[in-house]
Design a protein around this ligand. Structure first.
Ligand code: UDP
Ligand code: MG
Length: 138
C-alpha cells in the first residue's frame, strides 16, 4: 500500500459535491484514511503551489484556492499516486477521459475540482504539509 495527497477544491465544496467525489474515489479502490475541511490562507496556498509561482495563472490560482473551504485528504491504495492521477483525469476537463472526476465535475482548467500529488516524493511532502502523524490512523 502507498499514500497520496488529495484536495477537493473550492469549486466542489461550493457546489456541495464533496460526497459525490468521495464516492468516486472509493469506488475506484482508493481508501480515504484522513481528511479535514479547512480554509487555506494566502500563505499556505502560495507555499503549496510555489512550483507554479512563475506561471501566468499563479495569482488567479491562489485567489481561487482561498475563495472557499477545501477538503484535504490522504488516500491509500496500491500505486496510490498513479492510480489517483488516473481517477482525477487530465488537468483540463476538455481533455479528461470519461468517468474521471474532472470529466464528471470540473468546470474549467482552473476550477477542476481536485488536486492529486504527481510523484511519491511530492505526496510525502504534501501530506506532511497538512497532516500530523497522529491524524493518519489507517
Ligand atoms: N491551472 C490553471 N490554468 C492552467 C493550468 C493549471 O488555472 O492553465 C490550475 C489548475 O487548478 C491546476 C493547478 O493550476 O489543477 C495546478 O496545475 P498543474 O499543472 O499542476 O495541474 P494538476 O497537477 O492539478 O493536474
Ligand atoms: Mg500538479
Amino acid at each position: 500500500m502507498s499514500l497520496t495527497f488529495s484536495i477537493i477544491k473550492p469549486d466542489a465544496t461550493k457546489r456541495n459535491i464533496t460526497g459525490s467525489i468521495n464516492e468516486l474515489i472509493e469506488k475506484n479502490g482508493l481508501r480515504i484514511i484522513a481528511q479535514k475541511r479547512i480554509k487555506l490562507t494566502n500563505k499556505q496556498a502560495e507555499q503549496f503551489y510555489d512550483v507554479h509561482n512563475d506561471k501566468p495563472f499563479f495569482r488567479d490560482l491562489i485567489e481561487y484556492m482561498t475563495s472557499e473551504p477545501v477538503v484535504v485528504q490522504v488516500l491509500s491504495s496500491d500505486n496510490a499516486v498513479k492510480k489517483y492521477r488516473e481517477v482525477m483525469g487530465a488537468t483540463n476537463p476538455d481533455n479528461a477521459a470519461d468517468g474521471t472526476i474532472r470529466k464528471l465535475f470540473a468546470l474549467n482548467v482552473q476550477e477542476n475540482s481536485v488536486h492529486g500529488s504527481d510523484s511519491e516524493e511530492n505526496a510525502k511532502k504534501e501530506i506532511e504539509f497538512f497532516f500530523n502523524e497522529n491524524e493518519i490512523v489507517g
